[in-house]
Design a protein around this ligand. Structure first.
Ligand code: FAD
Length: 365
């Protein structure tokens, strides 16, 4: 375990289930991790970040995901926000905002709206210039970490195209309302955001304003998909560990569960899932580190494999533990709820399959 992993292990300790049940991670802990640059580890050193490669950040993300998917979700949001500023921001915007994101300012990213889920082309949030100001009107839903965030990265319509704007969460006209009782990742601070004539200096609009929405969101989504995928590797590891330990210690019919071949089969399935997801995540991160054009597809593949394997594996782990894992407050019960949501976000299973099918068609000649 490296220093980063040791620090986060110590800070989380055995409190992930309590946070899940309470629906809250202590904000001071999030700020501490933020100040250490750990919530967005790929930000370069010149902006106060750790400058981790995608592979190293991914491995760290898996470690966090093995401890607490809510915390990992907050980390994904912060990383996506930083990635968006890094990719779309002007030199001045990068110099202004990235050091904040590596020194304790917490951020969230809003794409989704009541009428725009899988189909982001339906977003109706309006970002318009008015003299030296920009005015933002609209509504975002299910924004991870918005409850904790100081800074909201909001995507919306801008003229004939789209733009992303940096909105302070305490700006007049911004209302943040928590999602009541999310099924999983309960402490990730999901919230809806209302933006009612929010007036900001026009310098808050990130570069690329007016470009097609898909151009603007692709980089953020690729980052988010890889982060979720690595988080799923963490869920898989937590499930594999819990199921293996239980199968060794619990006896039925005069021998440990592990010696019943059907249970052994479940453990083998968990190992295969964990190894498969790890390898596709490594591939995606290497594409990112190498600047490969294959990144977009590799990130979709990693997210799809990670999420589907984690959801299936969490169900398997609950099956191995049976009643011992069937209550809230148990790691596999939490994994079961958390993993299901990973099949919805950052491109649902269906959307991932559509994108992968398109890729298959395009390379088949
Ligand atoms: P819909 O788009 O209504 O889809 C419903 C079902 O239909 C799904 O199964 C979908 O796969 C399927 N479907 C839709 N279109 C097609 C099609 N063309 N072909 C086949 N099937 C289709 N949003 C943010 O902006 N920021 C966040 O930080 C964020 N965090 C989230 C965290 C969680 C835990 C959750 C649950 C959601 C989060 N979201 C966030 C919202 C998320 O991005 C959307 O839920 C997701 O895009 C799916 O949209 P939807 O829920 O409206 O489902």
């Amino acid at each position: 375990m490296n220093d980063r992993e040791a620090l986060v292990s110590e800070l989380v300790g055995d409190r992930a289930d309590a946070w899940d049940l309470a629906g809250l991670i202590p904000t001071e802990l999030l700020r501490k991790l933020g100040e250490a640059g750990l919530l967005c580890g790929e930000v370069p050193g010149q902006y106060g970040g750790l400058g981790l490669s995608s592979l190293d950040n991914g491995r760290f993300t898996a470690h966090v995901g093995s401890l607490c998917s809510s915390l990992r979700s907050v980390m994904t949001s912060q990383g996506m926000a930083a990635w968006t500023v890094q990719r779309l921001g002007s030199a001045r915007q990068r110099a202004d905002y990235l050091p904040r994101l590596t020194s304790g300012t917490l951020a969230a990213v809003g794409f989704s709206e009541p009428q725009a889920g899988s189909d982001l082309s339906a977003i109706s949030t309006e970002i318009r210039l008015d003299g030296d100001d920009v005015v933002v009107d609209g509504r975002k839903i299910w924004v991870t970490a918005a409850h904790y965030a100081d800074l909201l990265v909001v995507f919306g319509r801008y003229g004939d195209g789209a733009a992303a704007v940096l909105v302070p969460a305490d700006a007049p006209g911004v209302t943040v309302e928590r999602v009541a009782d999310p099924m999983g990742c309960r402490a990730a601070g999901h919230a809806g955001i209302r933006l009612d004539s929010v007036r900001l200096p026009r310098g808050r609009v990130l570069g690329g304003a007016g470009a097609a929405l898909t151009m603007l969101v692709t980089a953020a989504l690729s980052y988010g998909r890889m982060s979720v995928a690595w988080g799923c590797v963490g869920i898989l590891r937590a499930c594999l560990t819990a199921a293996s330990r239980h199968a060794k210690s619990r006896e039925q019919f005069g021998r440990p569960l592990a010696q019943h071949q059907l249970i052994g089969g479940h453990l083998a399935d968990l190992l295969v899932a964990e190894q498969t997801a790890t390898r596709v995540c490594e591939h995606a991160s290497r594409c990112s580190d190498d600047g490969s054009p294959d990144l977009v597809t590799a990130a979709v593949l990693a997210k799809h494999v990670g999420a589907t394997q984690a959801a299936a594996a969490a169900a398997t782990a609950v099956q191995v533990l049976a009643s011992a894992g069937a209550s809230d407050g148990h790691v596999v019960a939490r994994a079961y709820r958390d993993a299901k949501l990973m099949e919805i976000i950052e491109g649902s299973n269906e959307l991932c399959r559509l994108m992968l099918a398109q890729h298959a068609l395009s390379v088949s000649g």
